[in-house]
Design a protein around this ligand. Structure first.
Ligand code: PBG
Length: 311
C-alpha cells in the first residue's frame, strides 16, 4: 500500500513514546506493514522545556503540540501522535485530527505518600499538581490541603514525591496503564464525582488535511465510539472557549442503543464554586450535545463567574 516511510512525530517522554509505539503497532497490524515502514521522530515541545511555571501561565493548551504541529506543516513528519487532552480546540490551518484510538481508562488516580486516599490525608497535607482542574476539585474535597504546582512528565512528578516535595500527586490512570505503572496508584477516583479532563485517556492522530495516504492508513485504526465521545467533550470545551485557565471536566459515555450521556463541569480555581450538567442525546449529535452542555454551565455560572481570574 505504501512504499514511502511513514514518519511519526511525538514528544520524547516515556508516555509519549508508548503512545507512538501503540499507534505504530496498530497501523502495522491493520495494514500488514513491517516496523521498517515507520520512523519515529522525537520532538521537544515548550511544555517539555518550561517546567517552572503552571501550565495556565505559560500558554495553556497547545504547549505540548506546537512544535510537533510545525513539523507536520513543514512535512518533516506525516503523523503526529498526541494525548487528546493536551490538544487545543482550534487546530493550526491545514491540520486535522484524522483518528482517535480506542480510549483507555478515563479515571484519575491519587498517588499518596502520607496516606493512600485523599480522605485520610492529614490536615494541611501538601499535594502537587499542575492541572487547574485537579487542583480545584481537590480543594473542593479538602479545602485544608496545600496544593502546589507540580510540572514535568510522569517520571519527574514521581521523583518529586520521592524527594519529599509533596505528600501526594494526581495522575491519569491511562498514562500509568500505558507505561505498565498502575502499581503506583493508591486510590482510583470515581469519575462521577471526580470527572476527567475532556479527552483524557484518548490518543489522537493529527495529520495534514489532504494527505490521502495518511488518511486511508489511520482510518483503519480509528475508533468510532471514542470519536463520538471526544466530539462531545471537545465541543463542550470549545463552548467554554477552551481556556486552560478554567478548571473544566467532561466525560461522555456511550450506551449500546446509540445514545450518549455527557457530564460536564466547571469550577472556580479555589474550588469554592462548581457548576455541572448532565445531558443525554444521540451519539450522532455529539457536537450539539457538547455545545448545549457548555451553555448549561455557562448559564448556571452567570457572567461574574469568570471575572477576576480567567483570561
Ligand atoms: N498533560 C500531561 C498528560 N497528558 C495526557 C496524560 C495522561 C494520558 C491521557 O490522558 O491519555 C498526561 C499525564 C497525566 O495527566 O497523568
Amino acid at each position: 500500500m505504501t512504499e514511502k516511510l511513514i514518519r511519526i512525530g511525538t514528544r520524547g517522554s516515556q508516555l509519549a513514546l508508548a503512545q507512538a509505539s501503540e499507534v505504530r503497532a496498530r497501523l502495522m497490524s491493520a495494514h500488514a506493514l513491517p516496523e521498517s515502514a515507520f520512523s519515529i521522530t522525537v520532538i521537544s515541545t515548550s511544555g517539555d522545556r518550561i517546567l517552572d511555571r503552571p501550565l495556565s501561565e505559560v500558554g495553556g493548551k497547545g504547549l505540548f503540540t506546537k512544535e510537533i504541529e510545525l513539523a507536520l506543516i513543514e512535512e518533516r513528519i506525516d503523523i503526529a501522535v498526541h494525548s487528546s487532552k493536551d490538544m487545543a480546540t482550534a487546530l493550526p490551518e491545514g491540520l486535522e485530527i484524522s483518528a482517535y484510538l480506542p480510549r483507555e481508562d478515563v479515571r484519575d488516580v491519587f498517588i499518596g505518600r502520607a496516606a493512600p486516599t485523599i480522605a485520610e490525608l492529614p490536615q494541611g497535607a501538601t499535594i502537587g499538581s499542575a492541572s487547574l482542574r485537579r487542583q480545584a476539585m481537590l480543594k473542593r474535597l479538602r479545602p485544608d490541603l496545600n496544593v502546589i504546582i507540580f510540572r514535568g512528565n510522569v517520571q519527574t512528578r514521581l521523583r518529586k514525591l520521592d524527594e519529599g516535595l509533596a505528600d501526594g500527586t494526581l495522575l491519569a490512570l491511562a498514562g500509568l496503564k500505558r507505561m505498565d505503572m498502575t502499581g503506583v496508584a493508591t486510590e482510583i477516583f470515581d469519575p462521577e464525582h471526580f470527572p476527567p479532563a475532556p479527552g483524557q485517556g484518548a490518543i489522537c492522530i493529527e495529520s495534514r488535511i489532504g494527505d490521502d495516504r495518511v488518511k486511508a492508513l489511520v482510518g483503519g485504526i480509528a475508533d468510532a465510539e471514542t470519536t463520538a465521545a471526544l466530539t462531545a467533550e471537545r465541543a463542550f470545551l470549545a463552548e467554554l472557549d477552551g481556556s486552560c485557565r478554567t478548571p473544566i471536566a467532561a466525560r461522555a459515555t456511550l450506551r449500546p442503543d446509540g445514545t450518549m450521556s455527557l457530564h460536564g463541569m466547571i469550577l472556580k480555581p479555589d474550588g469554592s464554586e462548581m457548576h455541572e450538567t448532565r445531558r443525554t442525546g444521540l451519539a450522532t449529535e455529539a457536537e450539539a450535545l457538547g455545545r448545549l452542555a457548555g451553555r448549561d454551565v455557562l448559564e448556571a455560572a452567570g457572567p461574574n463567574f469568570f471575572a477576576g481570574w480567567a483570561n
